[in-house]
Design a protein around this ligand. Sequence first.
Ligand SMILES: NC(=O)c1ccc[n+]([C@@H]2O[C@H](COP(=O)([O-])OP(=O)(O)OC[C@H]3O[C@@H](n4cnc5c(N)ncnc54)[C@H](O)[C@@H]3O)[C@@H](O)[C@H]2O)c1
Ligand SMILES: O=C(O)[C@H](O)[C@H](O)COP(=O)(O)O
Length: 376
Amino acid sequence: MLILVDENMPYVEPLFADLGEIVAVNGRSLTPEQVKDADILLVRSVTRVDAALLAQNSRLKFVGSATIGTDHIDLDYLASRAIPFANAPGCNAIAVGEFAFIAMLELAQRFGETLKHKTVGIVGAGNTGTAVANCLKAYGVRVLLCDPLLAQSGDEREFIGLDELLTEADVISLHVPIIKTGEHKTHYLFDEARLKCLKPGAWLLNCCRGEVIDNRALIRVKQQRQDLKLVLDVWEGEPRPMAELVPLVEFATPHIAGYSLEGKARGTFMLYQRLCQLLNLAADKSLGKLLPSFAVDSLALTAMPDERGLLQLARLVYDLRDDDELFRKHFADEQGFDQMRKNHRHRREFSALTLVYQGQSEVDWLFKLGFSGVGR
Ligand SMILES: NC(=O)c1ccc[n+]([C@@H]2O[C@H](COP(=O)([O-])OP(=O)(O)OC[C@H]3O[C@@H](n4cnc5c(N)ncnc54)[C@H](O)[C@@H]3O)[C@@H](O)[C@H]2O)c1
Ligand SMILES: O=C(O)[C@H](O)[C@H](O)COP(=O)(O)O
């Protein structure tokens, strides 16, 4: 069995080697010719899987995408050919949640403000939006949610409309899929008119899909509003972000919000489980065994961290400033965006860091945030 796999998918060898021959390929430039003889195709978000790519293949038994988003997959086409498909919903939600939370802590530090005193509006309250909300709530930040689809579906959390959220929120974090048409269209959800409605001094974070914000409008609005602070992990026109936009952004990264080692491993593992199920095989490998231990064995807390201390703890796990610096140096290089993603040094999630503490109750919030803990 030939298993064609994106070269940027970790842990493929230990999970899939027993199932067939693995061939790693560049997902961005994958051709129909390369796919022709594949039995299994495992991709990431940069591969458009459609009739054009699969035209020469008549033996494909499974397509898997180790991602949350499915906008790169022609699901109708796969269904028309009865090719089973799986993605990995939720695999990197914690990574995105922690990324957005850390970015907010960084902004607060940079501008001498306090995150804890802000109101954060989350647009899209699914897996990743909820993960950000969980971090913020653990830390005691007021959170507002906007998700008309979940509101209609009977989700019992409190939701508000987008216009109300824009009036109330000091910080807005975007977590919707890209939807190009219909009542809940998210393409250019943040157009010029909406961007102009952001509160004075607002922070806007985009960790979902670049085209949820009209990037040209963002340039125009930001050029007139120095007060706005931007964090962009995703860009209209990836892998070529608009060069004029980058200097206007406080923290700029190459679509790596979901790139924790745990998140990427979970993505590959979910596809392994689904394929085993399809092939009627026991999924006998374990995810826990794949992950290395964290560089810091454990850390003893001697005092309750304030917001600055919390940022220091977070930076021990992931220092966002490193990726921002690399991005500014390399985003305009030929292949720069993709090379940064390919060579990304996968960060760990908060859970990789064990905090040693005395007196459970006062530091409970750190464990709710995701850090691991042991008593002393
Ligand atoms: N930057 C990254 O590395 C990264 C990582 C993971 C996911 N993503 C992107 O983020 C998106 C969201 O991921 P998720 O796991 O939270 O997906 P999800 O499906 O769990 O949640 C998305 C939520 O958005 C809501 N929604 C849809 N249209 C909306 C609208 N018009 N207004 C408000 N809410 C709306 C949906 O009801 C849903 O609850 C993915 O589709 C993917 O495109 C990016
Ligand atoms: O949809 C997703 O899961 C994310 O956008 C994902 O992290 C994208 O990463 P890629 O598949 O391009 O490596």
